[in-house]
Structures are given as C-alpha cells and as structure tokens.
Write a protein that binds this ligand. Structure first.
Ligand code: FMN
Length: 186
C-alpha cells in the first residue's frame, strides 16, 4: 500500500494549510493510499547549531524527533511539505526542519540517502493575492526534495488566504488539493 506523509508547517489546526492538506489526504485515501499527517510544531525539532558533525559522520549529533521524522520520510512513497508564508518566507518551525536536512549531505556534498523513488509535493498558503509572493517560500520547501535527490516536485499555491478557514470558500483550490493527493498516490 502506498503511504503519503503530509508535513504541516502551520501550527494553526483547522487553518488554511491544514484544510488543504486534509483535501490532499482525502484524494490520496480515495486512491487506496494510507496518509499520515504530522504538524511540525507538535514535534521537538531543535535548530541546527552548525557544528558540522554530520559532514564527517552519518548521524546528526542533536537528540530530538528529527531521526524519527526522517525515518518516516524515507519510508513513505510520497511526501507533501506545506507551509504558510510568514514574513515572506516559510514558518519558523518549517525552516528549522529544513535547516536540519543539512545532515543528509556529506562533506564532499554527496547525498547520504536516495529518495528519488519518493513522490514529492510542496504547498504554500498566503494572505497576499500575488502568485509571485510565495515563490521564495516555495523554493525553501523544495530543498527537502533536493536533499532527497527527487527533482520532480508537484506544487500547490493558495493566495488570498488570510483568515482562518477561508480556504473552505475556494472550491477550485480544494479540488486542486484533492487532485494533488490523487496524483501523489498513483
Ligand atoms: C506571523 C504571520 C506572518 C504572516 N506573513 C505573511 C506574509 O509575509 N505574506 C502573506 O501573504 N501572508 C502572511 N501571513 C498570512 C498567512 O500566510 C495566511 O493567513 C495563511 O493562510 C496562514 O495559514 P494557516 O491558516 O494554515 O495558518 C502571515 C500570517 C502570520 C500569522
């Protein structure tokens, strides 16, 4: 059975990012996949200290939930990483997770894992109406798949999504999320 792992970088449960991810999950489950959703804010993920231990060793020296999370990622057939735009970028908890992916690359810049069989998608939500606005956050989200050696990444962008739950009024966007879930599960 395919397993879709959904990583939510928003701490706002029932918020726009969460609701879009629920539609992604519905689409994937409809295709027979199992879906696990994790809120990054529910985990203990400490910031990278830049010690560079990971450049000469396989593991990161920091003891927290990151090894468990990476294990979940590597045992998934598809991963979707989502974040709202906060001050022009991904949320703090999402960036802390992304920084910690530094451990997946050796000192000679070779990758320690091959996730090229893992389907990938990124989702960004923001209050601004412009499609350009979330581009910087999207490129940060894509780093996960770069470090997994997966160049093909699907994308979903929700603009003009200020108030909590307003995405429920955007049927086209919810449909896009559902379709994304179906594509990740095929
Ligand atoms: C601290 C904070 C910073 C934000 N910064 C931006 C921003 O820079 N650009 C933008 O378009 N929206 C910004 N927003 C709006 C959120 O991106 C938007 O409300 C999004 O839908 C929130 O997702 P959520 O409902 O999943 O929490 C910000 C919201 C918060 C709380």
């Amino acid at each position: 059975m395919k397993k879709v792992l959904s990583l939510c970088g928003s701490a706002r449960k029932g918020g726009n990012t969460d609701l879009l991810l629920r539609e992604v999950a519905r689409g994937a489950e409809e295709m027979g996949a199992s879906v696990e959703t994790i809120f990054l804010s529910d985990l203990a993920i400490k910031p990278c200290t830049g010690c560079t231990h990971c450049k000469s060793h396989e593991e990161c020296i920091i003891q927290d939930d990151m090894p468990m999370l990476l294990d979940e990622v590597l045992h998934s057939s598809a991963v979707v990483l989502a974040s709202p735009v906060y001050m022009g970028q991904v949320t703090g908890q999402t960036k802390i997770f992304i920084d910690r992916l530094y451990q997946l690359r050796r000192g000679d810049r070779s990758l320690k894992v091959d996730g090229s069989n893992i389907r990938g998608a990124v989702v960004a939500t923001c209050g601004a109406p412009s499609h350009e606005h979330p581009q910087s956050a999207l490129s940060t989200l894509r780093v996960l798949f770069r470090f997994l050696n997966q160049p093909k990444v699907l994308e979903l962008v929700g603009t003009s999504l200020g108030p909590k739950g307003i995405v429920q009024e955007r049927t086209g966007l919810l449909e896009e999320a559902y379709d994304l879930g179906q594509r990740l599960a095929t």
